[in-house]
Ligand binder design. Structure first.
Ligand SMILES: *Cc1c(COP(=O)(O)O)cnc(C)c1O
Length: 393
């Protein structure tokens, strides 16, 4: 197995002896792995693979097409799907749009019921808001105390006209997991389609689409050490023919998503997902140990941990201190999800967990990843510890 190349973070300032910034925001995005970069570069410039993958009449196009199909295979393998079930998009945002609008609008008339949750990413919530404006009715399930969307909550919300359920596998702010196994069975019994946003899950939890009752699944490369601007949508057999395209043009990707395929991006995503498959287990163990170390060094501080502490992925930690505090910018983390950070409003996810707005606003999300080290964890804990220690007057 190829070794992961360790990463030395650049210093925050030009001063050579400044300590490098501490990156604790892997849930917002990850750096592109060196091995992925190398593969991407091979597809650029005058390499013999720069051709248009749709140019089937000459070798330049055929070579590019072969690379695209190889990557499709790599993405499919990570989630145990067939390559022809994977459609390239520009990221999980577009995948979510294609899945939700695609299924709703293919119905012909804007009626019927969709179930989702209050914990979803904005790429799902805002898309569903659009569909509500068009006449569809949407129920947003509330989480239980632990931040979980339960099968029971889903059962209570199902209606005769429910045709689509959309839930995320891993929550981007809490790191909590949804039981898509149990929920999928219920949705299938009801004969509705089940869409899962798995942007935060790849490489962190194993996904077996042959076994799961999931019809549509969204992926993103840049949360899994691939490049930004590329993603995919899995379309299972029950959803086949039930999606309306959202981007029209040359009829690429089974007519579902037109546009010249970005060979280098696609190859990057394929390689990143292949690496995720190779390293998933060892990475999970390593990051779990780092998380335990972090929790141990934060023990005794006036903080609450949000979300279920057993049913979670190890890399994400949402902490609410009991009072306001100031952290310097040496520690790169999110005050909420990256998308909410821009608006500076309390996170809708934390409000759904019934945190007060003031508590939500001082909550921090620490997320660990492939290049996190014990030393970084210790320094982060130290910074948080000193920020939260009230000086005795
Ligand atoms: C990051 C993220 C998205 C958006 O993915 P992009 O590829 O950046 O468009 C969607 N859903 C979840 C859960 C995410 O974490």
């Amino acid at each position: 197995m190829p070794r992961i190349i360790p990463w030395i973070w650049p210093a925050t300032t030009a001063e050579s002896n400044a300590e490098p910034a501490l990156y604790f925001d892997y849930a917002a995005t990850t750096p592109v792995d060196e091995r992925v970069i190398a593969r991407m570069i091979e597809c650029l410039g005058k390499a013999d693979t720069f051709g248009n993958p749709a140019s089937s009449s000459h070798a330049f196009g055929q070579r590019a097409k072969a690379l695209v199909e190889g990557a499709r295979q790599q993405v499919a393998e990570l989630v145990n799907a067939r390559p022809e079930q994977i459609v390239w998009t520009s990221g999980a945002t577009e995948s979510n749009n294609l899945a939700l609008k695609g299924v709703a609008q293919a119905r012909g008339k804007p009626t019927g019921h969709i179930i989702s949750s209050q914990l979803e990413h904005k790429a799902v919530l805002d898309t569903l808001g659009q569909l509500e404006g068009q006449g569809f009715s949407v129920t947003y399930l509330a989480p239980d105390q632990d931040g979980a969307i339960t099968p029971q909550a889903l059962c209570q919300a199902l209606r005769a006209d429910t045709f689509l359920v959309s839930l995320m596998l891993v929550n981007n702010e809490l790191g909590t997991l949804t039981d898509i196994d149990a929920i999928g069975r219920i949705v299938r019994e009801h004969d509705a389609l089940f869409h899962v946003d798995a942007a935060q899950a790849t490489g962190k939890v194993s996904i077996d689409l042959k076994r799961l009752d999931v019809d549509l699944m969204s992926f993103s490369a840049h949360k899994t050490y691939g490049p930004k601007g590329i993603g995919a949508l899995y379309i299972g057999s029950r959803a086949e023919g039930k999606l309306q395209a959202q981007i029209h043009g040359g009829g690429h990707e089974l007519g579902l998503r037109s546009g010249t395929l970005a060979t280098h991006q696609i190859v990057g995503m394929g390689e990143a997902f292949a690496m995720a498959r190779e390293h998933a287990e060892s990475e999970r163990e390593r990051i779990s140990a780092l998380r335990e170390r972090l929790l141990k060094s934060l023990a005794g501080l006036p903080i609450t941990i949000n979300g279920n502490r057993t049913n979670h992925i190890p890399n994400t930690l949402s902490l609410t201190p009991y009072y306001d505090f100031a952290l310097g910018n040496e520690l790169a983390l999110s005050s909420t999800s990256a998308c909410n950070s821009a608006s500076n409003e309390p996170s809708h996810v934390l409000l759904a967990l019934r945190l007060r707005p003031s508590e939500a606003l001082r909550t921090i999300r620490l997320s660990l990843g492939r290049y996190s080290t014990e030393r970084e964890v210790d320094r982060a804990a130290q910074l948080i510890r000193s920020a939260l220690t009230i000086p005795v007057p």
